[in-house]
Design a protein around this ligand. Structure first.
Ligand SMILES: CCCCCC/C=C/C(=O)SCCNC(=O)CCNC(=O)[C@H](O)C(C)(C)COP(=O)(O)OP(=O)(O)OC[C@H]1O[C@@H](n2cnc3c(N)ncnc32)[C@H](O)[C@@H]1OP(=O)(O)O
Length: 358
């Protein structure tokens, strides 16, 4: 169940009863309200000295391209969490009765028979934390079962995703290496398995640059639309790491072994247009019209028979599934060894200490 305009209006009224909320709460409410009512931040950044307006602008701007509908839901949930005692008995609490999982950085919305899963951490270029991997699994499982016809995966803000959050590796230095690396490999394996098994048409709307795992997973999507501003970069070997997301199998198959090697072994960054010429991207759109053109097209596609599309996907993909699961298992086994290497530790440390940039 998604928040209606009435739920939103009622949350705005309840919010007025809050007694002296702290400034972080006020900022979050302000940003979600603006996003829910006006959409993405569309005003120029205030002067440096105007501290309050700058903080408000920053909070709104950080919501990136979060859809109005998702902002409305987040606003309602946030107000509910602040005012549990004021909840009317007819209103569901956060998460109650909702078919969509809630998450701060993985936002799920459904409209026009399309479920959208959006990475929403624009200030960190949508880098994927361990929690986000778990939320992506939950979101995909929910989308696989809901009544939408198509599922779309995209990013908020200027990046599609900068890949794995490199601070995920910080815990490697501070704890039980064996255990943490095993847990991380299991998480990676689960998330990739969930993409392999996803039962409906899965479309990537690559709204900007993509790095690492956000690129490798594209080989498991049914259709990939990209903005002409997007680049695709898999800098694994400069990080002492190896390919994942089944790309060691899907990329050579899609683009041929030589082009796949340039990307996955030498870390060559390619443009969306190059990726399109090589078959990894289905179609490239001018950035200016990307959202409009992609969504117009997807809304048309979503009018097709959902069952026929799902069964069609199975026919196209099922013969590969067993192979893909085996590839995933092997990539995770090898990847885990690499994460424990000196090379990987040094590369991550180098990024975190800002000595090196891609
Ligand atoms: C469970 C474990 C699974 C493991 C799976 C294996 C997956 C592997 C991969 O995905 S490998 C790829 C990893 N990603 C990267 O190496 C990218 C690192 N980021 C960058 O090189 C740059 O940030 C950039 C090119 C993406 C963008 O550069 P720029 O435009 O100059 O922006 P900033 O660098 O200032 O970034 C803004 C802000 O975001 C933080 N950030 C960006 N990417 C990551 C990231 N991948 N991990 C953590 N943090 C990231 C960056 O530090 C800045 O934060 P700050 O404002 O300084 O707090």
């Amino acid at each position: 169940m998604r928040a209606s305009q009435e739920d939103f209006d009622s949350a705005v009224d309840r919010m007025k009863l809050l007694e002296d909320p702290d400034s972080d709460t006020k900022l979050k409410l302000y940003a979600l309200y603006k996003q829910a009512t006006e959409g993405p931040c569309n005003v120029p950044r205030p002067e440096v000295l105007d501290i309050i307006r700058k903080a408000k602008w920053g909070a709104w701007n950080a919501l990136g391209s979060l859809p109005k509908e998702a902002a409305r839901q987040n606003y309602v949930d946030f107000v509910s969490s602040l005012t549990p005692s004021l909840e009317s008995s007819s209103q569901a609490g956060p998460g109650a009765g909702r078919s969509l999982p809630e998450s701060e950085h993985v936002v799920m919305t459904s409209e026009d028979s399309i479920t959208t899963i959006m990475l929403n951490r624009p200030a960190k270029k949508n880098a994927i934390t361990i929690q986000m991997y778990q939320d992506i699994i939950l979101a995909l499982k929910a989308a696989g079962k809901d009544n939408s016809a198509i599922t779309v995966f995209t990013g908020s803000g200027d990046y599609y995703s900068s890949g794995n959050d490199l601070t995920n590796f910080v815990s490697f230095a501070s704890g039980d290496l064996e255990k943490i690396s095993e847990e991380s490999a299991n998480t990676l394996r689960n998330v990739v398995d969930t993409f392999i098994d996803f039962p409906k048409p899965l479309v990537a709307a690559v709204n900007g640059p993509a790095v690492g795992i956000s690129v490798t997973l594209l080989g498991l999507f049914d259709t990939v639309y990209a903005s002409d501003r997007a680049t695709l970069h898999t800098p694994f070997t400069s990080l002492g790491q190896t390919p994942e997301g089944c790309s060691s199998y899907t990329f050579p198959k899609i683009m041929g072994p030589a082009k796949a090697a340039e990307m996955l072994i030498f870390g060559k960054k390619i443009t969306a247009r190059e990726a399109c010429a090589q078959g990894l991207v289905t179609e490239v759109f001018p950035d200016r019209t990307f959202q409009r053109e992609v969504w117009t097209r997807l809304r048309e596609y979503a009018k097709n028979s959902p069952n026929a599309m799902r069964i069609g996907k199975q026919l196209l993909r099922s013969s590969e599934k067993e192979k893909l699961h085996a590839v995933n298992a092997e990539e995770c086994r090898v990847g885990r060894e690499r994460w424990l290497s000196e090379e990987c530790a040094a590369a991550v440390q180098s990024f975190l200490s800002r000595k090196a940039r891609l």
